[in-house]
Design a protein around this ligand. Sequence first.
Ligand code: M3L
Length: 289
Amino acid sequence: MPAEEFVAGWISGALGLVLGHPFDTVKVRLQTQTTYRGIVDCMVKTYRHESLLGFFKGMSFPIASIAVVNSVLFGVYSNALLVLTATSHQERRAQPPSYTHVFVAGCTGGFLQAYCLAPFDLIKVRLQNQTEPRAKQPGSPPPRYRGPVHCAASIFQAEGTRGLFRGAWALTLRDTPTLGIYFVTYEWLCRQFTPDGQNPSSGTVLVAGGFAGITSWVAATPLDVIKSRMQMAGLKQRAYGGLLDCMVSSARQEGLGVFFRGLIINSARAFPVNAVTFLSYEYLLLSWG
Ligand SMILES: C[N+](C)(C)CCCC[C@H](N)C(=O)O
């Protein structure tokens, strides 16, 4: 099983992640809290209240976890294609796989990475939603979780392993089809701008990666909102009877627009993150020959 794809997936994922984290924090807050009027208001309040550091809350854990998550995604994707089409990464330019195979391989990678991602994503969302400033102010209560390890340990103590997988179903439903879309968009755009049999140029990879990110995030946003809410359930949010209950009651209370919360910020984040992810992934694999 080619291992380079796993390593390339990890490094490229980490680079993309740092770039996108401030957008991600604003998104999670907009999706789960009602105190902000919009993107700018949320940014201003976060900055005033928590300084620049506020935007990077909950980042240390995703950085550690991206090693697992992105390498599972890209590693499984590439190896699934190997099984489906009997071509390695290097051979795929000369013999491009069909879009159906790309889609199936992407969904397989998406499904498996969702399970690895679930506990990390839960902790990220919980930490991002702590709006208390870092420096302790007299009279204000301390944040509930002291950091990622404390957060994981408290959830585990209170609810066991199941608690750590809160929202995992919504996450799996969000990621399985949308990561299929992700790789299909990337492949399709690369092929549009690249002569047959050649490697896509860096510019093409950046643009194709960026749009692959946007397309898959647009498709993923409705379930992203539900996922974030289910992860917060029982804390700041009311508890839901399940995924469907969360969807229905969110829509009833806030209208259908609720499913598009965070769409603009998700897309703005997705372009640079995924442009950098794909560029570094392709570059690393090329340089390892
Ligand atoms: C499938 N879904 C749209 C949720 C994510 C797809 C892109 C994954 C990338 N690591 C990122 O964070 O943008």
